[in-house]
Ligand binder design. Structure first.
Ligand code: ATP
Length: 446
């Protein structure tokens, strides 16, 4: 982790902005906080919702070969035996404090991380899954786990989806949901927490076509981040070595992002082979085979899994968008968030609190609100208000001034260039819609 992210951005600045402006707060703060749990504030919840919506749109809505699912956090305990989680996560574990690779302490020769030489945590029997009890009686018979990944909910519903949607291979199932891991070491803000959200795809393919689909999904997922504004030079792929591959994986590559603390995993794309369906079929005694109508054979599909973190994506989008530039003897802080992701799309600002201006501005505010998240601000100077919107990534401000009362026009001011254009008030919605539609967010056009 020698490379540094842009000198302008560091984790302290992101944490401070997030807290100051209501993106992210420490959890249970009035009680002193709960380690590595975070709450998304009014702006954070919008940003996170927009990220999830953009993902869902790209991987479900716009595709013919994908469907969605929303499965329960609590699952039958046997799921975790079949998946390998109970066994794999119950070893005496140590974790490297710098690269976060985990090692079985009884497999190690020395006292340092075999990968990077870093210092290791103390060894302890550690199961990453949170255990709880179902029903009124606490005992081994009622033990259930909070899921450590959303994937298993998809695997156990494979046959249900095939039967109810009549999807044929290759097809995929997408799910967004909470996952819980009792991580040994947490930190770096929302990068690694114990409760987080995942956006996972399980893409079922015919054996033999798996590596081709693996490459396809890597490319798709990489492009998704770039399309939504992440600079390509801040993303890179990292191939897992044979030794490092998870017990279920034939192949795995991470999409890494240059976070302020260095390169780290944003998303993992794995070729899981037939491991999951074989395991669940044998553990449940139910057939999870698929009838290949071309050959009339029953086969077990292979699975390609692009697995992304909502919180890590949120952090990456924030870090990548963060910018500071000199402006009139001060520093203008701004988030160059893609309009699709920006929590607030438009801010309506009357030049002053004069009643006539406020009436017009409030009417514009009311007219735009059904279409987008819009905010209204009439406190302090117009310059200050622009800065406030820049800092939270609002792509457009609409300003109503005295001239507006005469010519029925308002000013649209664009965040990145600070360019301004006059637009008839009755055309505001159409003009903003065109500018916000994502593809045509081109500051050159303003
Ligand atoms: P890491 O090596 O960083 O612990 P992982 O390889 O265990 O991650 P996966 O099991 O591949 O992670 O999970 C898929 C995605 O879920 C990750 O790429 C990441 O975006 C997200 N994720 C995993 N663990 C956490 C966590 N503790 N906090 C936030 N996001 C997480």
């Amino acid at each position: 982790m020698t490379e540094q992210a842009s000198a302008k951005v560091n984790m302290e600045k992101i944490v401070s902005l997030c807290r100051r402006r209501g993106f992210i707060f420490p959890n249970s703060e009035i009680y002193g906080g709960l380690s590595s749990c975070w709450d998304y504030g009014p702006l954070g919840v919008e940003l996170k919702r927009n990220i999830k919506q953009a993902w869902w749109r790209a991987v479900v809505q716009e595709r013919d070969d994908m469907v969605g699912l929303d499965t329960s956090i609590l699952m039958h305990p046997q799921v975790w035996t079949a998946s390998g989680h109970l066994k794999e996560f119950a070893d005496p574990l140590v974790e490297c404090k710098s690269c976060h690779l985990r090692w079985r302490s009884d497999d190690l020769d020395g006292n340092n991380c075999p990968s990077c030489g870093g210092e290791l945590t103390e060894s302890r029997l550690f199961n990453l899954m949170f255990k709880t009890f179902m029903g009124p009686i606490e005992g081994e018979a009622s033990v259930v786990y909070l899921r450590p990944e959303t994937a298993q909910g998809i695997f156990v519903n494979f046959q249900n989806v095939v039967n109810t949607t009549r999807k044929r291979l290759p097809f995929g199932i997408a799910q967004i949901g909470k996952a819980f891991r009792n991580e040994i070491t947490t930190g770096n803000f929302i990068f690694r927490s114990r409760e987080f959200e995942q956006m996972e795809i399980e893409f079922f393919v015919k054996p033999g076509t798996d590596e081709e689909w693996f490459e396809y999904w890597l490319e798709e997922r990489l492009n998704w981040y770039v399309k939504l504004g992440i600079k390509r030079e801040n993303l890179k792929l990292r191939q897992h070595t044979k030794e490092e591959l998870a017990h279920y994986a034939i192949n795995c590559r991470d999409i890494n992002y240059l976070f302020p603390m260095g390169w780290a995993e944003l998303e993992g794309v794995a070729n899981r082979g037939d491991f999951d369906l074989v395991q669940h079929a044998s553990s449940s005694g139910k057939s999870l085979k698929y009838l290949d109508e071309e050959t009339n054979e029953h086969i077990i599909p292979y699975i390609i899994e692009p697995s992304a973190g909502v919180d890590r994506s949120t952090l990456a989008f924030l870090c990548d968008a963060y910018d500071e530039e000199p402006y009139k003897n001060e520093i203008r802080v701004l988030l160059h968030l893609h309009p699709t992701l920006a929590p607030i799309k438009v801010a309506v600002l009357p030049l002053s609190r004069r009643e006539k201006l406020v009436t017009v501005a409030k009417q514009i505010y009311a007219d735009l609100r059904p279409h987008w998240m819009v905010s209204y601000d009439d406190a302090q100077s117009i310059g200050r208000r622009y800065r406030r919107q820049d800092e939270i990534g609002t792509p457009f401000c609409v300003t109503v001034d005295f001239q507006s009362l005469e010519d029925e026009q308002a000013t649209i001011r664009e965040r990145d260039t600070m360019n301004q254009i006059r637009v008839p008030i009755k055309e505001l919605k159409a003009v903003l819609a065109a500018k916000l539609s994502g593809e045509c967010f081109d500051t050159q056009l303003l």
